[in-house]
Ligand binder design. Structure first.
Ligand SMILES: [Zn+2]
Length: 368
């Protein structure tokens, strides 16, 4: 039965099994917490991978971590400002970091709070009596103390705003690791959601050329709309990436590789075209797969730098908010998000995401 002390949440129990909506009690907020009335969730690739069993989470859980919502209430002593010092009030729209961790822990102090002590991740936690409403596929989310949060302008469309706290912030982190992009040739491997955002961000950061790589031609068309200067289709016929680039008239040295596909072949092949002194940032490999075969001598002689990134830090989230606020209508974000579902149709939303494989599937919550 519905009443004001309960809300609806979608419970994930087992891979590939239909998810059920259940009533969950709204707990009293503790110090530092915020109650958020969720507005929109986009299904991230890791949600899909958990649903299909490609990666595992402790269950039962509430999936969904690309979320946007409005402040419904403040816990006792919860600061009335966001991470940028902007004042906050009931009804303000927020984006927040997908994790909360101890800011005084060693990793947090070193700028990697996503690996800090007491790590908690929205959309990735087991449900228990005392730990509920931590995923986006519910009417409410409780934000914990030590969650970075930023107030959003109402002018950003909801589906685009939802992308900020996973896809966009992660790409912002990878571009931070890549270093200065101005005047450089950047190769973006994988033209999924992160790859498209990376094309746009790299262009806005002054890259002279942004080359997109994917196995799907239509994704390369999208990459061009997001600022890629050229797209290259990788085929299964064994042609080397170097030959593919040459055959298509691409001879400029590639100084930066941003790898989002997670494919072992893509990580191996993109290293073979990286210029002397170049940097490769690997982001996509967030699931178990075979070990790579890379030529250590080439890495040494070519002075290559390889960096890995998982999630992001608070500065990356701030940059993501700024990027979307400034650029949401300069690139066709809303065209690549399939905006057709809500909590009641959550099972259809996952089916659609798996079978149709759009860049993102979105669910409207509390506002349809
Ligand atoms: Zn995600």
């Amino acid at each position: 039965m519905l009443n004001e002390h309960y809300c609806r949440a979608v419970i994930f129990e087992q891979a590939r099994q239909p998810q059920e909506i259940r009533q969950i009690e709204l707990p009293l907020l503790s110090s530092g917490e915020l109650l958020i009335r969720n507005e929109y969730v986009t299904l991230c690739r890791s949600d899909i991978n958990t649903f299909t069993g490609k990666r595992t989470e402790k269950t039962p859980t509430i999936l969904g971590h690309e979320i946007v919502g409005r402040i419904a209430s403040f816990g006792p002593d919860t600061p009335r400002t966001d991470s940028a010092g902007t004042s906050l009030d009931i009804g303000d729209r927020l984006t927040w970091s997908i994790f909360a961790s101890d800011p005084e822990s060693e990793h947090s102090r070193r700028g990697i709070p996503q690996k800090g002590a007491s790590l908690f991740k929205y959309g990735h936690e087991q449900l228990s009596e005392s730990n509920t409403l931590h995923g986006g596929l519910a009417e409410y989310t409780i934000l914990r103390k030590n969650t970075a949060l930023f107030r959003l302008k109402n002018s950003v469309p909801l589906p685009v705003a939802a992308l900020i706290n996973c896809s966009v912030a992660t790409v912002a982190g990878s571009i931070r690791l890549a270093g200065e992009l101005s005047g450089k040739t950047v190769l973006v491997s994988g033209a999924g959601m992160l790859g498209l955002i990376a094309c746009a961000m790299a262009r806005e950061a002054g890259a002279s050329q942004v080359l997109a790589l994917d196995i799907h031609a239509e994704r390369l068309d999208s990459a061009i709309k997001f600022g890629a200067t050229a797209g290259f289709k990788v085929t299964a016929d064994g042609e080397s990436l170097k030959d593919i680039l040459h055959r298509n008239g691409q001879s400029n040295p590639i100084q930066i590789v941003l790898e989002y596909s997670g494919s072992a072949e893509a990580m191996e092949s993109t290293l073979t075209v990286l210029d002397i002194g170049g940097t490769a940032v690997w982001v996509g490999a967030t699931y178990p797969q075979r070990s790579l075969q890379i030529d250590a001598e080439k890495i040494v002689r070519n002075l290559h730098i390889i960096k890995g990134l998982h999630n992001y830090n608070q500065d990356d989230l701030a940059k993501a908010v700024h990027f979307i606020s400034e650029n949401h209508d300069r690139y066709p974000f809303t065209e690549i998000i399939y905006d057709g579902f809500n909590l009641e149709t959550v099972n259809e939303a996952f089916d659609y995401a798996i079978n149709q494989n759009p860049h993102r599937v979105g669910l409207r919550i509390n506002n349809d």
